[in-house]
Ligand binder design. Structure first.
Ligand code: HEC
Ligand code: HEC
Ligand code: HEC
Ligand code: HEC
Ligand code: HEC
Ligand code: HEC
Length: 258
């Protein structure tokens, strides 16, 4: 019953979406899910555009560290990163400095000169990457959609330990006050209730990635709809782009109706 209802709504919604945008929705491959193409200046300067892979990075760092402490925007191209920024230790250069991760050029004293440009400037180019997605995924609990990885369970099982603090970049913070999980009841009566877990979200996202920009700090003060989520607002700021996609209806609409 719930399945049929979800499916019907899904069909209606995706139909209206593909009509309004005039193109077919293509689902990315598991290894490409969460990739962000950054191209404000690259092609304009005869470089290949940058592809930023979320999967490698989120396996090591919290979302909060990058999106709050380092200051990356949560929209593709929104930060306006330049090569100069990186070379002065900002943005990608916070880590890609031959210390935490590879720099633009391998340290000449240690390894001689070697170009590392194409590992970042990889859009539309054949590049041999050092990190292999399929190898990584083999060790992880599976999910159906997105990266095909159940990131939440992987973290719960200690398959990865998220770094949430970088010396010289992060401010020491007080321990976060635990927020209660709550139910979100859809405006349509028959919809299965959504249980929103503050605790699980805060582990990855802290508080500042959501409050106050995406959500007001008062439950129900600003109603929103599934259509808005599908179009990339509210939960859809992250879900579909980096967190598991919106076609996975039942991961959010979990509670059965009675
Ligand atoms: C760690 C990732 C990374 C590496 C390594 C890297 N870049 Fe970039 N680079 C970026 C990002 C991100 C941008 C911003 C891209 C954009 O908006 O088009 C950028 C921008 C640029 C631009 C655009 C103009 C400008 O001044 O911002 C040029 C040219 C460029 N890089 C050249 C290089 C060259 C040459 C190398 C190798 C010596 C290199 N990059 C290595 C991430 C990297
Ligand atoms: C290593 C740093 C890093 C980590 C960790 C990280 N991100 Fe990002 N994220 C970025 C960068 C860089 C961009 C692109 C910003 C730009 O283009 O200006 C981005 C972009 C995004 C976008 C916009 C994508 C789009 O297609 O418009 C979303 C949503 C996002 N991140 C969510 C998350 C979530 C959720 C997590 C944790 C699961 C996370 N990020 C972890 C660096 C990071
Ligand atoms: C918080 C630290 C951090 C930030 C910020 C960061 N990275 Fe990384 N990145 C890493 C680490 C650690 C690795 C994995 C180790 C390695 O391959 O050297 C990695 C790996 C990568 C890889 C995989 C390369 C391969 O051969 O497999 C790419 C591509 C990459 N980063 C691009 C970027 C770009 C582009 C940015 C900025 C938009 C960025 N990273 C920002 C830490 C970071
Ligand atoms: C993934 C996004 C997300 C993160 C991360 C997050 N919240 Fe929330 N928070 C929400 C949503 C969604 C609501 C409900 C808003 C609504 O109904 O419009 C909410 C509501 C609240 C409320 C109001 C509760 C009520 O009963 O009115 C408080 C207080 C709050 N959050 C505090 C926090 C704190 C503190 C943190 C960090 C520990 C945090 N939140 C992390 C999404 C988030
Ligand atoms: C990331 C979590 C998430 C996913 C995935 C998700 N939903 Fe929702 N859905 C919500 C939230 C949050 C609401 C709004 C609840 C409220 O009214 O406060 C909602 C509301 C709805 C409503 C009520 C009417 C409306 O338009 O607001 C319908 C119907 C619905 N969703 C259907 C679906 C279907 C079908 C799918 C799968 C294609 C889906 N949802 C996937 C979170 C999700
Ligand atoms: C700031 C980014 C962000 C926003 C906004 C966000 N989420 Fe999430 N959510 C995540 C990440 C990251 C995960 C971890 C799983 C993944 O990445 O696939 C997650 C996981 C979940 C899970 C899985 C919990 C589990 O136990 O498996 C549910 C359900 C969920 N989100 C619902 C919601 C709903 C409903 C909203 C809106 C009210 C929302 N999320 C808004 C980032 C976000």
């Amino acid at each position: 019953m719930i399945r049929t209802l979800l499916l019907t709504v899904l069909l209606l919604l995706t139909a209206s979406q593909s009509f309004s945008s005039g193109e077919k929705i293509r689902r990315p491959k598991a290894r490409d899910f969460g990739n962000v193409v950054i191209n404000n200046y690259s092609e304009a300067n005869k470089e290949f555009a940058v592809v930023f892979p979320h999967w490698i990075h989120r396996a090591k760092y919290s979302c909060r560290l990058c999106h709050v402490d380092i200051g990356f925007a949560m929209t593709a191209g929104g930060t306006g990163i330049t090569e100069d920024d990186n070379n002065s230790g900002l943005f990608c250069g916070t880590c890609h400095n031959n210390d935490i991760a590879f720099g633009p050029v391998i340290d000449s004293k240690l390894h001689g000169q070697m170009n590392q440009c194409d590992r970042c400037h990889s859009q539309g180019r054949k590049v041999k990457f050092q990190n292999n997605f399929n190898e990584f995924r083999k060790k992880m609990p599976r999910e159906r959609f997105g990266n095909g990885i159940d990131w939440m369970t992987a973290e719960d099982q200690g398959k990865m330990t998220l770094i949430d603090y970088l010396e010289g970049v992060s401010f020491p913070r007080k321990k976060m006050k635990r927020q209660a999980d709550f139910e979100l009841t859809g405006t349509v009566k028959q919809m299965p209730t959504i249980i929103f877990s503050h605790e699980k979200h805060a582990k990855w996202n802290g508080c500042e990635t959501c409050h106050p920009e995406i959500f007001p700090v008062k439950k129900g003060s600003q109603p929103y709809s599934m259509q808005q989520i599908f179009s990339g607002q509210y939960c859809g700021v992250c879900h579909d782009k980096v967190a598991f996609p919106n076609i996975d209806c039942q991961r959010c609409h979990v509670e059965s109706v009675n």
